[in-house]
Design a protein around this ligand. Structure first.
Ligand code: S3P
Length: 168
């Protein structure tokens, strides 16, 4: 088993969808860091934020990044905030290729509003303008990706193919 494939990007850019498709195609194991943290803590991401605060969630993310970096053959779909701590990307990047995902603010808005109950950083008052600002603030953190693909302008199969070609 080779290195891991690490997917990063803003909420709603398609990390889980692309990740699961890649895992099936490459015979690798899919890991979603949010779901993993929920298993480890026995709480949902929303509960961790509500009961213990964002700081606690970020420290769970950091512990998990170190743990996953020691394994191989994983497709790791990172929570949108994982790259906020550069150390997370350093350890994950040492044992994996980092793929960035992006999408238009309009698509992200539609996707995140659908599942906003699971996303503590998204509230019902969110506007497209506010989302644009959040995405712009985050942009620099996603620049550590080796390649970045756009899920607004390209279909899933095409992107999965492109990512696989880039691994060689
Ligand atoms: C977050 C993104 C979420 C989740 C948490 C915080 C962020 O993951 O980790 O709500 O800070 O961008 P998704 O990108 O899978 O929605």
């Amino acid at each position: 088993m080779g290195k891991n494939i690490v997917l990063i990007g803003f909420m709603g850019t398609g990390k889980s969808t692309i990740g699961q498709r890649l895992a099936r195609k490459l015979g690798m194991i899919f890991v979603d860091t949010d779901r993993e943290i929920e298993k480890i803590t026995g709480m949902t991401v929303a509960e961790i934020f509500r009961k213990h605060g964002e700081k606690r969630f970020r420290s769970e993310e950091k512990l998990l990044a170190h743990k996953l970096a020691q394994r191989e053959g994983l497709i790791i779909s990172c929570g949108g905030g994982m790259p906020l701590d550069p150390e997370n990307m350093k350890v994950l990047g040492e044992n994996g290729v980092i793929i960035g995902l992006k999408a238009s603010p309009e698509d992200v808005f539609r996707r995140v509003m659908r599942k906003r109950h699971h996303r503590p950083l998204i509230d019902r008052e969110l506007t497209l303008e506010r989302l644009r600002a959040m995405m712009a603030e985050r942009e620099k953190y996603y620049q550590c990706a080796h390649i970045t693909v756009d899920t607004s302008t390209h279909g899933i199969e095409e992107l999965v193919h492109k990512i696989i070609l880039n691994l060689k």
